[in-house]
Design a protein around this ligand. Structure first.
Ligand code: 1PR
Length: 597
């Protein structure tokens, strides 16, 4: 049996100082950029709790200027107000109450002025929330916001694309029946007799919950229009233009009713030997060519590929800074620039990973992992993914059985929410003859190992697969869920780049063990591999890299195949921007009419 010593050896660059004061949640109202209230200007209430860059990008993409709220009076003088609530309910109410913003919001809404609340911006309108509470809300809509019930096997947070069921006419939702929009939340409001006059659409996730409300000019949505591709942009555009008709037509035949399975395009990014940032792709994590100078495989430019995958219908795009474990990400300015540029054109969720850990730079300046993650969020990430540091955190947690509050997972999820923290696992198969050989959870193999072994356990690695650790993928997944991770990206070094299919045994093992969503990764070669992983495991999403980079299998073909197999997926329409009539592209099969600008 392999020993798993309790002493956890962390790499020297990982400083162990306590939770920094700097990293504590602090809410401030952003400085005002302009006081213009022209037709093309929208007022944004950003109370500084998190990442609203995506909302800003989407509003600008639609041709509008942004005026930031600086004080309560700015709310009252707004012509059109967008409130993208982020962070936790209690903390948000605290800042709204402290600054008089809550009262101003109530009055603004009472006057029936154009308002769009997003995500927490919907929840805050209700009487109260159970999130770290009960906490009193703005009290505009009757009802209490509660948590989804994960005790019956429902993955929580509710992350992904789900279909709306409009229940009444609402200008901003015109024509979106059955369309998928992007949700990411653990708490939800339920419909009741008391609030039914507010509800404009419901969505189903284990139960019917309120996905949007509308009354007069006041609107709020639980989903993220800024991350819902062309459909979301259309909803935003309708609000910004005060239009009652979007021109988006229902595209998907039949009625969508479940959380759609996601198809994710992954871009492994690193500098090549000339110092240019390129998208690369490994064979079992080896990203160097086997011929010539053994240079780093170059499969394209990160921003261009990310934009293309968005247009091709990817439900999410992931960037993994694969040398982040040795290069300090905040010193990696080109990577941050890639993120900024990509987020201006990609209106589906962007995840970024690589190098998220506590770090002391060459000048002795200490950075918490929260500061590293914050820079990624500020640059346009919607979620961050933690690899090596999550392994060390889980090892420590399993040894001590105590949460310190200081691990990267805990720090980041406390400030940005669990849904913003993905843990990327890089396991390698270790063949064994009997499960008794190791203390880690193993699987019985359908295909025996090289020496006829009938079992395998999945050893977690760090530093891009270079170092094996004494912890299995199953144990790691359960530990990081307890520490606050909101999602798991499950790679497999043996399958990476092989094109022979996902490791079904591994994905089943992990996706049955946790209640948070699991993204299956590594090994996709043909469309059938995607349906296989969704049919045989509880994976919420399937990620692929090589087949998309080499144009072997278009994303659209994957989606068509999944639809044929009865797997619900999002089929995005094309979109026209306000400035251009050029379609943004999408699956060629769908035809959309969008109102000209
Ligand atoms: O440890 O926090 O700095 O994070 C580093 C991140 O970089 C981790 O998420 C780790 O998975 C990733 N990484 C490190 N080295 C490599 C490498 O390839 N040499 N890439 C690497 C991992 C794996 C997948 C890949 C799928 C699908 N990439 O994400 O995209 O296997 O590929 P396929 O469809 O072609 O089979 P830290």
């Amino acid at each position: 049996m392999e020993a798993a010593p309790c002493a956890v050896s962390r790499p020297p660059s990982s400083a162990t100082a306590g939770y920094s004061q700097r990293s504590k949640r602090s809410f401030t109202v952003r400085a005002s950029a302009s006081s213009s209230s022209s037709h093309q200007t929208v007022t944004l209430l950003d109370y500084g709790a998190g990442n609203v860059r995506s909302v800003r990008n989407a509003i600008r993409h639609l041709g509008f200027n942004i005026r930031d709220v600086q004080k309560a009076e700015d709310i009252m003088s707004a012509d059109r107000l967008v409130f993208p609530g982020v962070g936790a309910f209690g903390a948000a109410m605290e800042v709204l109450n402290q600054n008089g913003l809550g009262e101003a919001l109530r009055m603004y809404i009472e006057k029936d002025k154009p308002f769009l609340g997003i995500c927490l911006g919907l929840q805050l309108l209700f009487d109260s929330s159970e999130e770290n509470g009960p906490v009193k809300g703005l009290g505009v809509i009757p009802g209490t916001v509660g948590r989804f019930d994960s005790t019956k096997g429902l993955a929580v947070p509710h992350i992904g694309w789900n279909a709306l069921q409009p229940v009444k006419d609402s200008g901003i939702l015109q024509g979106i029946e059955g369309q998928h929009v992007y949700f990411v939340h653990s708490y939800r409001a339920l419909p009741s007799d008391d609030n039914k006059q507010w509800i404009s659409s419901l969505c189903n996730y284990g139960e019917n919950f309120v996905s949007s409300v509308s009354r007069g000019n006041v609107n709020a949505v639980q989903f993220h229009p800024e991350k819902s591709g062309a459909v979301g942009l259309s909803i935003l555009r309708n609000f910004l233009r005060q239009s009652s008709s979007s021109g988006i037509k229902t595209l998907v035949p039949g009625k969508a009713s479940k959380l759609a399975k996601r198809v994710i395009a992954c871009l492994d990014v690193r500098a090549n030997d000339k110092g240019d940032l390129v998208v690369t792709k490994g064979d079992q994590y080896d990203v160097r060519e086997t011929t010539g100078e053994n240079e780093v495989r170059n499969l394209g430019k990160p921003v261009e590929l990310a934009s293309q995958y968005y247009k091709d219908g990817a439900d999410e795009v992931s960037f993994l800074n694969i040398t982040g474990f040795r290069d300090f990400p905040l010193g990696d300015l080109p990577m941050l620039q890639v993120l900024r540029s990509a987020s201006e054109n990609v209106f589906v969720p962007l995840t970024v990973g690589g190098g998220i850990r506590d770090f002391t730079d060459a000048n002795g300046r200490y950075y918490t992992s929260l500061e590293v993650a914050s820079e990624y969020f500020r640059s346009g990430a919607d979620k961050v993914s933690i690899g090596s540091d999550a392994v060390f955190a889980a090892e420590e947690y399993l040894c001590t059985e105590a949460k310190t509050g200081k691990t990267s997972i805990e720090q980041i999820s406390r400030v940005y929410g669990n849904q913003a923290v993905v843990v990327s696992i890089d396991p390698r198969r270790v063949y064994i003859k009997s499960p008794d050989e190791v203390k880690f959870k193993s699987v019985r193999l359908t295909k025996p190992g090289p020496n006829g072994e009938e079992y395998a356990w999945y050893q977690c690695t760090v530093k891009g697969g270079r170092e094996g650790r004494s912890i299995g993928a199953y144990e790691l997944a359960k530990a990081v869920e307890q520490l606050g991770a909101g999602e798991i990206l499950l790679n497999c070094i043996d399958c990476d780049g092989q094109g022979e299919g996902y490791d079904i045994e591994l994905i089943k093992l992990v996706s049955d063990a946790v209640t948070i969503p699991v993204i299956a990764s590594s090994g996709a070669g043909v469309v059938q591999h995607f349906s296989e992983v969704f049919e045989k495991t509880n994976a919420s999403a399937a990620l692929a890299a090589g087949i998309f980079h080499r144009n072997e299998v278009p994303i659209q073909s994957v989606k068509e195949h999944l639809l044929e197999k009865g797997v619900e997926v999002r089929t995005p329409p094309t979109e026209q921007t306000s400035q251009s009539n050029k379609p943004e592209m999408g699956p060629r099969r769908t035809v959309v009419v969008v109102q000209p600008a």
